[in-house]
Design a binder for this molecule. Sequence first.
Ligand SMILES: *Cc1c(COP(=O)(O)O)cnc(C)c1O
Length: 420
Amino acid sequence: MSSKLEQARALDAADALAHFRERFLIADPETIYLDGNSLGRLPLCAETSMADLLRRQWGERLIRSWNEGWFTLPERVGGKLAQLVGAQADEVIVADSTSINLFKLAVAGLRLQRGRRRILTDDLNFPSDVYILQGIVEMLDAGHRLEIVHSEDGVHGPVEALLATLDEDVALVVLSHTVFKSGYMYDMCAITEAVHAVGALVVWDLSHSVGSAPVALNAAGADLAVGCTYKYVNGGPGAPAFLYVRRDLQKRLQNPISGWMGQRAPFDFALDYAPEVGIRRFLTGTPPVLSLAMIEPGVDLLLEAGLEALRAKSVQQTSFLISLWEEKLAPLGYTLKSPRQPERRGSHISLGHPEGWRINQALIHDLGVLPDFRAPDNIRLGVAPLYTSFVDVYAAAERLQRAVEERIYMRHSSERATVT
Ligand SMILES: *Cc1c(COP(=O)(O)O)cnc(C)c1O
């Protein structure tokens, strides 16, 4: 038996979080799921919650359920999510999608920073975030300039270039805390401090961090943040996103999509908009109760496991994967496209290969591994410490090896599917 496999088994045996795997639906134990960073697994208790939500809350209680918990669901679930991102319960609320929340907070932030024209982001950011910022610049038509700072190697965040370009004309810096392709993780404290030193605001996108690593928004003095709940939070496909606004900023910021759910007294039906005082002012319309409620089971599991322990396991697993890459995969042409430094790395590893797309197809269709693919040649392997085992990580590397050694990838064409 390979010594790496023995090592994986020993690590699983010593893993105090291993039993959390049983709390998820594992329909096909032979399939290795390494895409929890795109769509988290189904927590078993979500099935019970959903049944109650449908039958009792909707079916039996009908409209009465709005006063029996639905109306306050956005801030109740937001308050729990706050514990995952190091914020106060009244600083986080669930609403809309990540893109829309970014729109709301970025516009609100720019209005607060009147007179400043520069908006900074980097070329590792998720394209939707960049599109939203481009749309805002056009919509406001107020002389803003979006500047995309380039990463030299496409793996590490361009920290020095970002810091060097900061000046008093910068209104907003918008960054993914953990970037979606390489998994690079910014030092939130250091960046926030530098941005504050020139009087600008930062918006952090926490989509690839939340649920896999502790985030310390308050400790970093962070201003604004948004994030996704269907990745490591296991909230289910298309689950609504969350937003964070530091308490002292809330009353100074105006939600640009001023709908009735952000109104102080929505059921007075007054015709003048008067925003709610707290975090609810960042709501717009009626919350999607069914999918919003399904975020809670995943959050509860994460809180039960503890983020420090989850992060320790995640670092162990990505480090183990890198050691497997070094031993088995680098000789076959795979390149490491994630940071080697554990503290600068989120919970996924990207491997490049000239035949990346076809290898990815072989993994999915022939080898029982579900990773994902990010153009041009990134095979992205996400470890979700709540349910990924070390043997999963080992087996994935072994199948990546076979895909090339046995030329299994050659069975597939290089044509791309719509959703990768
Ligand atoms: C997944 C992800 C999103 C998702 O945006 P939606 O509007 O919810 O589709 C946004 N930003 C980042 C960085 C992501 O990883």
